[in-house]
Design a protein around this ligand. Structure first.
Ligand code: GCU
Length: 409
């Protein structure tokens, strides 16, 4: 489907019910898995890019330069590598990846470790108390350890609990992460990071289907996957993506657009991620609110849905459906209604018929139970609390991934 064939948003019909992912844009029912794979999946990917996230650039060849190796990280439990992932034309800034791989493989059947890949908010140096980890040079939002919008050594080790790296290593998982602003700093201009080397924005605002930040961050995750599939210590069949909040939105988009990703945990990702645009939750973030606060996250067309999200030719269940039959887990806090936990549950329910095409179970629960992990292929977990990532949530991510990502024997 070429985007020139697509109507402008105002010409799309209003659909209060969520559009059925198994009915194509021109109204034909998807007859089975083959038609889903061949026609409807590419169509949905084109629709999501055109009306919501913007067009991702085409892939660019990645060159990995291992800058440092510490085989005795975490008291000898893991090997830490700092790897510059260079791509694009001369001068294009690389992604600075931190890769921590357990030295002991937890399973006798697997020579290589599964990995959680994700964007971090605060820089690799904040995730471990290690005086050598490279500090990001790109623009950063103000917070502790950040001065004049730039990270400083004061941030070292400040967010050890947010990523709980040691806990993952103990569970046999590797972690691969980089600062989300390496690709595009999180502000409404388009001049920094690698983004301007791949996307030309004409004027101060994103054009109708120009690549927004969420799609670009997802695309940088794909570049990290390009590297991870070449690392012998990593099991290329067990690459999971994780992200919190805006980085969770990017994680879900990354999984929906790249089949090499075996599992996704978009944690508390909310509007534009796991939560429906047509939400019924009065406390949840709306399309208008997100577009007004973060104009750089989505393409120009998406703003046309502010008043009427019911014109969207899809809802977020179709994004999850694009991951089928791969496992996806939504995790939430009861007090974080902005991220719309009940709406997210409905998203999973509505994606389930597409999982059924593959004989996968989808969501195996009629309603959420507080504090109980639903560990079906489409998983769900809700606990007391606010908008946060902590070791308690990591215990759930790791439990779900261990159940759902078995090594091939
Ligand atoms: C804001 C925004 C959310 C986002 C969150 C975050 O609250 O409205 O959409 O998920 O920031 O990224 O922490």
């Amino acid at each position: 489907m070429s985007s020139t064939d697509l109507p402008v948003p105002a010409q799309l019909s209003v659909r209060a019910d969520w559009p059925d992912p198994l009915v194509s844009f021109d109204g034909r029912r998807v007859a089975g898995r083959e038609m889903w794979e061949r026609e409807r999946k590419p169509e949905l990917r084109a629709l999501f890019q055109h009306y919501m996230y913007g067009r991702m650039p085409s892939a660019s060849k990645v060159k990995a330069i291992v800058r440092r190796t510490d085989p005795q990280a975490l008291g000898g439990k893991a090997t830490l590598k700092e790897v510059s992932l260079a791509f694009g034309p001369e001068g294009c800034p690389p992604l600075e990846l931190l890769l921590v791989v357990p030295n002991k493989r937890s399973s006798s059947t697997a020579a290589a470790a599964p990995v959680f890949l994700g964007l971090n908010f605060t820089g690799n140096h904040t995730l471990l108390a290690d005086p050598e980890i490279k500090i990001p040079t790109a623009w950063m939002r103000q917070r502790e350890g950040v001065e004049d919008h730039h990270a400083t050594p004061k941030g070292r080790g400040l967010n050890v609990d947010t990523w709980a790296l040691e806990q993952s290593v103990d569970a046999g998982f590797a972690i691969a992460t980089f600062y989300y602003g390496d690709g595009l700093p999180d502000k409404p201009d388009y001049a920094d990071g690698s983004y301007p080397y791949f996307v030309k924005v004409d004027g101060a605002q994103l054009g109708p289907s120009d690549c927004g930040a969420i799609a670009y961050w997802a695309w940088t995750l794909h570049r990290a996957v390009d590297y991870l599939v070449t690392v012998p210590e990593i099991d290329r069949e067990r690459i999971a993506v994780f992200g919190h909040s805006r980085n969770g939105k990017a994680a879900l988009v990354a999984a929906a657009f790249d089949e090499r990703i075996a599992l996704a945990v978009p944690h508390q990702s909310g509007c534009g991620g796991a939560a429906p645009s047509r939400t019924q939750n009065p406390k949840a973030e709306t399309v208008k609110k997100i577009n007004d606060s973060f104009p750089h996250w989505f393409c120009g067309n998406f703003k046309a849905f502010n008043a009427e999200p019911a014109r969207l030719p899809f809802d977020q269940h179709a994004l999850v459906a694009l991951c089928a039959p791969r496992p996806v887990l939504f995790t939430n806090g009861l007090d974080d209604q902005w991220a719309d936990p009940p709406g997210q549950f409905e998203t999973l329910k509505a994606a389930t018929p597409v999982y059924a095409l593959y004989g996968a179970e989808g969501l195996a629960a009629a309603e959420p139970k507080l504090g109980e992990l639903v560990s079906s292929t489409l998983g769900y977990y809700l606990r007391e609390g606010v908008h946060v990532t902590d070791p308690g949530y990591w215990r759930i991510f790791l439990e779900f991934a261990a159940r759902r990502l078995k090594p091939k024997t």
